[in-house]
Design a protein around this ligand. Structure first.
Ligand SMILES: O=C(O)COP(=O)(O)O
Ligand SMILES: [Mg+2]
Length: 242
């Protein structure tokens, strides 16, 4: 299989040969495994209502997903990606959001097409599997259990499992150490700039899916090794290195 045949879009990655020979796969949660935007947005709007503020459209809140729940709350309060809300308002909003998201956590959240098939194929091929997300652990673990995905993973690293989260390479390097493999023997499948930057900084391979949440930006802008239509499609571009 050559490089161009395996790509759905052109990216700026260096020339690499497919199938990639790797030992383990890390997969992002929000926007890659699970379509969580509806439930995250419902909780954000419940919070905004309780604070007497205007609700936001789903697409706007979807563009705020990616850097964890604290950032989602800050962005929902300010209506911008980078502004800081009033500290007192944020301190009031955060526990409201956490309470509301615990209620909406798995109302409409479902695995994307190709996720279960992809995880089964990865397991059959004996890849070690990690879930690496910026979502806080208190939400990640119940969500993985409720959607039946938890048992596929050897390790789950959430946004607050380690001192730093994506786009820092720390969780990716932690997973490599956990599996006792080198970064170039590891692939991350993700949906956003946070995944692509973390993978490049760690020296891991990275594929991106086009259906997720890239903070409102086109996934084709990302520096990744391939854009794959689904987690299942990603399995066709890799081979297990023993
Ligand atoms: O919690 C978020 O904002 C994003 O989480 P993710 O890393 O699973 O995409
Ligand atoms: Mg994501």
């Amino acid at each position: 299989m050559n490089k161009s045949a395996s790509r759905l879009a052109d990216t700026s990655a260096a020339d690499i040969e497919f199938p990639l020979l790797i030992k383990a796969v890390m997969i992002d949660l929000d926007g890659t495994l699970l379509d969580t935007a509806g439930d995250l947005a419902a909780a954000a709007n419940m919070m905004l209502r309780e604070l007497g503020r205007a609700e936001l459209p789903l697409e706007t809140i979807q563009s705020y997903i990616g850097k964890g729940i604290q950032k989602l709350v800050k962005r929902s309060l300010t209506g911008s990606l980078d502004d800081e809300p009033d500290a007192e308002l944020f301190d009031k909003a955060m526990p409201i959001y956490e309470r509301d998201y615990a209620k909406t956590l798995c109302v409409n959240t479902r695995p994307y097409p190709g996720v279960i098939e992809g995880l089964n194929a990865l397991r059959e091929a004996n890849f070690r599997l990690a879930c690496v997300t910026n979502k806080a652990e208190a939400f990640t673990l119940p969500l993985l259990r409720a959607t039946g995905l938890f048992d596929y993973f050897d390790i789950v690293l959430s946004g607050d499992s380690l001192p730093k989260k994506k786009p820092d390479p720390m969780p990716l390097l932690h997973a490599c150490t956990h599996f006792d493999i080198l970064p170039h023997e590891m692939l991350l499948i993700g949906d956003s700039l946070n995944d692509a930057e973390a993978a490049r900084a760690a020296g891991c391979h990275v594929f991106c899916v086009p259906y997720g949440y890239n903070e409102g930006r086109d996934v084709r802008e990302l520096d990744c090794d391939a854009i794959v239509t689904s987690v299942y499609d990603a399995t066709k571009l890799i081979q297990k290195l023993s």
